[in-house]
Design a protein. Structure first.
Lengths: 227, 470
């Protein structure tokens, strides 16, 4: 008898006599019922509460605010995945706010000295918790939200759901290797219980909330502040 | 981790005299409790969610054989290699073999109590592998060569000055009293490790049976880095961490961060299923899942099975007046606080840890905050009675308890004793309290400060207050 069989023999013995209810008996729903009000407004509130910074409103204003923020953070390099059109479009639109270098990856992974902002399109956002959902489904990379100093998630308003269950439902049948819930910046309180950001992941988590998916106007934007 | 649970009395006294630790504990536990209470108050569905979680976990325990088989099948279908270990020695052997077979020389590890349980690091070091702890708190105590003192905040007993000295000595960093600078030093040092390590080692907060997924909940993002960047991912997890469906995960995610730190959700939740798929730009090529029995199936068979519902939130630690006073090291093993006082004797054997069930005032605060409704005080009491049955109590203690019970059952006798004790107590202690008493009472007084008996006993005051007596 191998170790696995012997474990199952022990478990079956221990479970015997405890099979009153069938496995997976239905349960009362303890999840919050869909909160009232606008799910997008709720997301804005919870994302900010998780330590994130949200830009929304007219694309022009939001982008210019984002550009200023990245400069204030000392960002020198904008990093977007090869296959992420929206991330590329936003990153390119931000170049005039720089000086920023554009990059698609390898040097960022190598741990370059640059201060990087990683751009990626969120697959969903969860209003209940202020969460950005990213996965590896379809060969997507997770690096912009993993190794960059600042992470910028592009969140179409239509992708905001209220509850975690709704965000997970899409993946339960064929889960990809990695489903990530990202809620605010990387945090630690391990030294003297003092909340500090950027333990391992991004020091700043930014969500750019867009009313629509199309960004055709972007390349014509100019920075409001001239230098 | 080396076991020293029966030294609780001695270790507790040492902890009470440790000024740095006392300051840290005062700062920490109170804050955790306040944050937890605020988060629960702001979440009206907490009770319903708690009930739901408790029932899901009970269902899991009732059918652990079925769910575990499902988990293993689904995980293997998606490319994971699943190992099971009966005891810590076997777990160490398997872990070392995995590292050797995968040709690993450097491993980055995120926090895992299960790994602590089996002395994982020693096993890998024995196989020639360098193991770097990547959770900031664990990293600090690894540099210091110590053991964690709190499930969630392992370095809670270290000040920034001590940490800066450690970073100076081990990382060659300049001294600083800035916490963000200290965090930045660790980030830089550990980032290089993440990028060069051959294996990422994690625990697992949950195992979803219907998908074969390992779920990690972290704030720092180290668990995420270590399971995306290195070529091999090894998850070391207890078999009781199963939940039936991925769809059950939100229920537990609504409880765990709120109970732990008062957060609505932790910064990162990673749901990891199998190996990287063809076309994935990153993710491990190999995933090993090491499932630990290590005493759990034996617990499942007995009257303490509900302790296996624990989701390791540490709310019971923070709420416990004993833990608040002595911290984690005094419990002498991996698990501390009320959960440790129950789980340790069950995992290592009651004779090895009989002192722990006594490390409680039975105030019930732990049960009040437990997000999966484990009856911790009942278990503590039951373990004390087991200890007596197994001959682990001294004759003096048994006689004293018998005497105590005899007195408490007779109101008149109790009143008479109270009156005499009131007079004698005031006379002998001058109102200062009772210190060292002779055997057989020394067992009681050497670990407790007992107040002097009141000149006018409580029962008398009560009667006067109600107008029954003058």
């Amino acid at each position: 008898m191998n170790e696995r069989e012997s474990l199952f023999r022990r478990l079956s013995a221990a479970c015997a006599g405890h099979d009153g209810a069938a496995a997976g008996e239905p349960l009362p729903d303890g999840a919050p019922t869909a909160p009232e009000g606008d799910r997008v407004a709720l997301f804005a509130k919870t994302f900010t509460a998780a330590g994130g910074v949200l830009f929304r409103g007219p694309v022009e204003t939001a982008l210019s605010d984002l550009g200023e923020t990245l400069r204030a953070e000392g960002v020198t390099s904008l990093f977007f995945p090869e296959g992420d059109a929206a991330a590329r479009e936003i990153a390119e639109a931000l170049v005039p706010f720089g000086p920023f270098n554009l990059t698609t990856g390898a040097e960022v992974r190598g741990g370059s000295a640059e201060v990087t902002a990683g751009f990626s399109s969120a697959e969903a956002a969860i209003a209940e918790t202020g969460t950005i959902v990213e996965t590896s489904a379809g060969g997507k990379t997770l690096l912009p939200g993993l190794i960059a100093d600042v992470h910028v998630s592009i969140v179409p308003a239509a992708s905001v759901v209220v509850r975690m269950e709704e965000a997970l439902a899409a993946f339960t049948a064929y889960p990809p290797r990695n489903i990530s819930f990202l809620s605010g910046p990387s945090k630690t309180a391990d030294i003297e219980q003092t909340l500090t950001v950027g333990a391992h992941g991004p020091k700043k988590a930014i969500a750019l909330l867009l009313a629509q998916d199309t960004l055709s106007l972007l390349p014509r934007l100019e920075p409001r502040v001239s230098r | 981790m080396e076991l020293d649970a029966n030294a609780f009395g001695r270790s507790a006294r040492k902890a009470l005299l440790d000024k740095t630790l006392q300051e840290a504990l005062g700062r920490t536990t109170g804050r955790f409790v306040a944050h937890r209470d605020a988060a629960v108050a702001a979440f009206p569905e907490f009770e319903a969610t708690r009930e739901r979680a408790s029932r899901i976990k009970r269902d899991v325990l009732d059918h652990l054989d079925t769910y575990l088989a499902r988990f293993i099948g689904e995980a293997e279908k998606r490319g994971a290699i699943v190992h099971v270990a009966r005891d810590p020695a076997q777990a160490r052997e398997i872990a070392a073999r995995i590292a050797r077979d995968e040709g690993v020389t450097l491993a980055v590890k995120s926090k895992s109590m299960a790994a602590e349980e089996i002395s994982f690091n020693e096993a890998l070091q024995g196989a020639g592998v360098t193991v770097v702890e990547s959770d900031l708190g664990e990293f600090i105590i690894q540099l210091a060569g110590e053991a964690p003192s709190h499930i969630i905040a392992p370095a809670v007993h270290k000040t920034r000055e001590e940490i800066s000295r450690l970073f100076e000595r081990h990382l060659g960093e300049p001294r600083t009293d800035s916490i963000p600078e200290l965090v930045g030093m660790a980030r830089k040092h550990l980032r290089a490790k993440f990028l060069s390590a051959g294996m990422g080692v994690s625990g697992g907060n949950f195992l979803a049976a219907d998908t074969g997924s390992v779920v990690l909940v972290t704030n720092e993002g180290n668990g995420r880095m270590g399971t995306v960047l290195p070529r091999v991912h090894l998850a070391v997890v207890g078999i009781e961490k199963i939940i039936p469906r991925m769809a059950d995960l939100p229920t537990f995610l609504r409880l765990l961060p709120r109970s732990t730190s008062g957060q609505t959700i932790s910064s990162y939740v990673s749901i990891l299923t199998g190996t990287r798929r063809p076309g994935d730009p990153e993710g491990p090529e190999r995933m090993h899942i090491l499932l630990l029995d290590c005493g759990r199936s034996a617990i499942l068979e007995g009257k303490y099975r509900e302790i296996l519902k624990c989701i390791r939130c540490a709310a019971c630690l923070n709420a416990c007046p004993v833990y608040q006073s002595v911290g984690g090291h005094a419990y002498g093993w991996v698990y501390s606080g009320p959960i440790g006082a129950v789980l340790t004797p069950l995992l290592v054997g009651l004779p090895e840890a009989a002192a722990l069930p006594d490390a409680s005032t039975l105030c019930g605060a732990c049960a009040d905050v437990c997000p999966v409704k484990i009856p911790l005080p009942d278990f503590l009491l039951e373990l004390r009675s087991d200890a007596r049955e197994q001959g682990l109590k001294t004759p003096g203690e048994i006689a004293a308890m018998k005497g105590y019970a005899g007195v408490m059952k007779r109101a008149g006798l109790l009143e008479a004793i109270e009156r005499i004790a009131g007079v004698l107590g005031q006379f002998f202690t001058k109102g200062k309290g009772i210190g060292g008493m002779p055997y057989p009472f020394s067992g009681w007084t050497e670990r407790r400060d007992f107040p002097a008996p009141a000149a006018r006993p409580f029962r008398k005051r009560w009667k006067i207050k109600r107008g029954v007596m003058r």
